[in-house]
Design a protein around this ligand. Structure first.
Ligand code: PMP
Length: 367
């Protein structure tokens, strides 16, 4: 009655945490992958204005021109300046952009190389289109190991996907690491997909930028995290027109267009100064790392709002169950973010008092 495709996805890992969490009264919830601030006030006003000025119709599939123009400026895509014919179009979040990219790149059986640990949809959307995830290992420090990536390439590989700063590890790539993977993609004639949705959340250095000297690269990015609007479903894809045209064709018959109100409202977000928010998350990063590193094996995150410690004992799932018994929600890696179940993800996009309570529980359980 139900397709193998639908059955191929297993969301039970995250659901178990949420189901257990739903039973708790006022849990210490450090499981959520979204900012703990609401849409910035100018955006809220802009969304109301968009509704009142009757912007509720479909937009063109590729997104409204003023928004594309702002993004062309951000990515220096002014006509005729780049080596390749690149452009940007608006999608239903980074999730939408990724789905379209996979559909445009892969035939059944094709492989996309994704990091392990990974953000779960990288793997699961592939099974929806009968393509196959292959993994390059990033343990134990969660940086890229070019030889690992190279070894994982097969004749079926279509693309290498990289994510910086990373969900779930919080590690940011250096410019040299990103450049090296571009060189590898170029040498092996593969697509390179760069998910930089956390680009403004880098705490220790500049965000690694994907240059445009190799044609087969695609940047996916969006507004969910920086503008505080994950429910507005707004993202974009930056890449060569040969690929974007195909992605837009698929968008036209699936998502149709990104939400119109969100597109118009986003125009008012480009002048927002994020620095105070980023500084606040840096302070939270410092606090949680300082507290946990005394008892846990843990890498210092350099971006996003996650930290990814090794669980004591032999199973992160079991450790997380003990956390939940103490009213603390975090997510075990196994089945959700990794092929291994040794680590767990904490989101520090939460009020300081919750972080304090969370580290107290964790350190008491670490013994
Ligand atoms: N990529 C990463 C690394 C993410 O963490 C998320 C959201 N958790 C997404 C993409 C999806 O974002 P969007 O809301 O734009 O679909």
């Amino acid at each position: 009655m139900i397709s193998q495709r639908a059955k191929s996805i297993d969301t039970s890992g995250i659901r178990r945490v949420f189901n257990l969490g739903a039973k708790l009264k006022d849990p210490i919830n450090l499981s959520i992958g979204q900012p703990d601030f609401d849409a910035w006030p100018p955006l809220r006003e802009a969304a109301k204005r968009a509704i009142d000025s009757q912007k509720s119709g479909y937009t063109v599939t590729q997104g409204i021109e003023p928004l594309r123009e702002r993004l062309r400026t951000k990515y220096q895509l002014a006509a005729g300046t780049g080596e390749f014919d690149r452009d940007v179009f608006i999608t239903c979040g980074v999730s939408g952009a990724l789905t379209l990219a996979y559909m445009a790149m892969c035939d059944p059986g094709d492989e996309i190389l994704i990091p392990d640990p990974f953000f779960c949809i990288y793997r699961d959307v592939l099974s929806l289109i009968n393509a196959v995830p292959a993994y390059y290992d990033c343990y134990p420090d969660f940086h890229l190991k070019i030889d690992q990536i190279e070894r994982a390439i097969t004749p079926k590989t279509k693309a290498i996907l990289v994510n910086s700063p990373s969900n779930p590890t919080g590690i940011s790539l250096t410019q040299a690491e990103l450049d090296a993977v571009v060189e590898l993609a170029k040498a092996r004639d593969l697509w390179l997909i760069y998910d930089e949705i956390y680009d403004i959340f880098n705490y220790d250095g500049p965000h690694a930028q994907l240059g445009s000297d190799y044609e087969k690269t695609l940047i996916i990015n969006g507004f969910s995290k920086s503008f505080g609007v994950p429910g507005w479903r707004l993202g974009y894809a930056v890449g060569p027109n040969i690929l974007l045209q195909e992605m837009m064709k698929i968008q036209q018959y699936t998502f149709v267009c990104a939400p119109s109100i969100s597109q118009y409202a986003a125009l008012d977000g480009f002048d927002i100064d994020f620095s105070e928010k980023v500084a606040e998350y840096r302070r939270k990063r410092d606090f949680i790392f300082e507290q946990l590193s005394q008892k846990f094996e843990v890498e210092k995150p350099s971006g996003a709002f996650y930290i990814f410690p090794k669980a004591p004992g032999d199973s992160a799932a079991k450790f997380v169950e003990r956390c939940i018994e103490k009213n603390l929600l975090v997510i075990p890696a196994g089945g959700v973010f990794s092929q291994r179940d040794t680590h767990f993800r904490i989101s520090f996009a939460a009020p300081m008092e919750k972080l304090e309570q969370g580290v107290e529980v964790l350190n008491s359980l670490a013994g």
